[in-house]
Design a protein around this ligand. Structure first.
Ligand code: GLA
Length: 425
């Protein structure tokens, strides 16, 4: 610089050095600001993921903290051969309790060396080699609900760790969050994941506390709408400071939320309890309603010990097609009377799904005269127009034809069961 050459006395050199240091410092700050601005400008949830509701398996509902790498590998082996993987259940999610009790000296999150001696990268490789995707659980608070290290303050570092392990799905819980603001906290992890750069589905598990459907569309790909599911059809369970909810209770809590869901951003009414002990009719009703809700289908039962009845429910391709329909419109309750609810879900190509849910213990006879019913969905702007259009009816559980919409539908529906139909144009 000419300016530099003009100074040759000691004082001038010192001033010059000082000036040059200041410039360097200033340049560094400027550079940092530019990088920060770029990261902010580009920080977004990974695009193009979860265009239909994610499907997979999660360890929590059945195994809670009793997990290790053998269980996860054996679960994958079972799912690769029992029809689950091929039906679409590809995300295998390791829930709470995989971590060591403490981070390492550098603050990295590490797996419990006894439960996961081969490490998480090796587990991810194993799952990928079998055609699965690798999911993991952690928490936006300082600790997970089971007391393991949470992500608070380590978001960018953990995101890099997860990416290096080949993680494809992160379920991020909400225990021990103190006074943290949910939106800002989840945004920080979203930005961490964006910086790590790997396509990772971001699953917010904030239990609906601060209405994530109002703010999470650009942050995550799915968000829990309620507290935890409980393994019963129609009950709740009081843990003292919190409650968990049976299938019907969770279903009722979905009221008013459907307009917030769509491709890439789903309401999550929690994982499935199918196969964990409910009666078969209740399992069928639970599964059907989750499909009508376009819910993520995350199985939560023991993949190595599953009855044929449970397997047939979980892998029913026609029911899954309702859930995975590319239109991505959540179904809605059309009518409710005497404990019998009729739900409709518009499907791509002009078809509809219809489910009649009998919430009662006793059977009910239902009659539905199509020509007198106005099935119009304000959200998708679709009108079934039964007066001018005849649909063929397919029973999605018996797999048989159920006539057409020209005739009055009459059906006996056992207690805690459903009639699930596809109306084909
Ligand atoms: C919360 C979540 C559950 C499960 C547990 C693990 O309760 O809602 O789905 O992940 O934490 O501790």
């Amino acid at each position: 610089m000419a300016f530099v050459r003009d100074f040759d006395d000691k004082t001038g050199s010192r001033e010059l050095l000082y000036f040059s240091d200041t410039m360097k410092h200033f340049t560094k700050i400027l550079l940092a600001l530019v990088i920060f601005a770029c990261v902010q400008a580009h920080a977004q949830k990974y695009p193009g993921l979860a265009l239909t509701p994610p499907m997979g398996w999660n360890s929590w509902n059945k195994f809670a903290g009793n997990i290790n790498e053998d269980l996860i590998r054996q679960t994958a082996d079972a799912m690769a051969t029992n029809g689950m993987r091929d039906a679409g259940y590809v995300y295998i999610v390791v829930d709470d309790c995989w971590e060591a009790k403490e981070r390492d000296k550098l603050g990295n999150i590490v797996a419990d060396p006894e439960k996961f001696p081969s490490g998480m990268k090796a587990l991810g490789d194993y799952l990928h080699a079998k055609g699965f995707k690798f999911g993991i659980h952690n928490c936006a608070g300082t600790k997970t609900c089971a007391g393991f290290p949470g992500g608070r303050g380590h978001e960018f570092q953990d995101a890099l760790t997860y990416a290096s392990w080949g993680v494809d799905f992160l379920k991020y819980d909400w225990c021990e969050h103190g006074t943290a603001n949910s939106q800002e906290t989840y945004k920080t992890m979203r930005d961490g994941l964006a910086t790590a750069g790997r396509p990772i589905v971001f699953s917010l598990c904030e239990w609906g506390d601060t209405k994530p459907w109002l703010w999470a569309k650009d942050i995550g790909h799915l968000w829990r709408t309620t507290g935890d599911i409980y393994n019963c059809f129609d009950c709740d369970y009081d843990h003292g400071t919190w409650k968990s909810w049976g299938v019907l209770k969770i279903l009722d809590m979905q009221d008013g939320l459907r307009q917030y869901a769509g491709p890439g951003h789903w309401n999550d009414p929690d994982m499935l309890e199918v196969g964990n002990g409910m009666a078969v009719n209740e399992e069928r009703a639970h599964f059907s309603m989750w499909c009508m809700l376009a819910a993520p289908l995350i199985a939560g039962n023991d993949m190595q010990n599953m009855s044929d009845a449970t397997r047939e429910i979980l892998t029913n391709p026609e029911a899954i097609a309702v859930d995975q329909d590319t239109l991505g419109v959540q179904g809605y309750k059309y009518s409710a009377k005497d404990g019998v609810e009729i739900w409709f879900k518009p499907l791509a190509g002009g078809d509809w799904a219809m489910t009649i849910l009998n919430r009662n213990q006793d059977a009910k006879t239902v009659s539905f005269d199509w020509k007198n019913e106005a099935v119009t969905d304000n959200l998708s702007k679709r009108d079934a127009e039964f007066s001018g259009t005849t649909y063929n009816l397919q029973n999605l559980w018996t797999k048989q034809s159920a006539g057409t919409t020209k005739d009055i539908l009459s059906a006996d529906i056992p207690g805690h069961d459903v009639l699930m139909l596809r109306l084909k144009k």
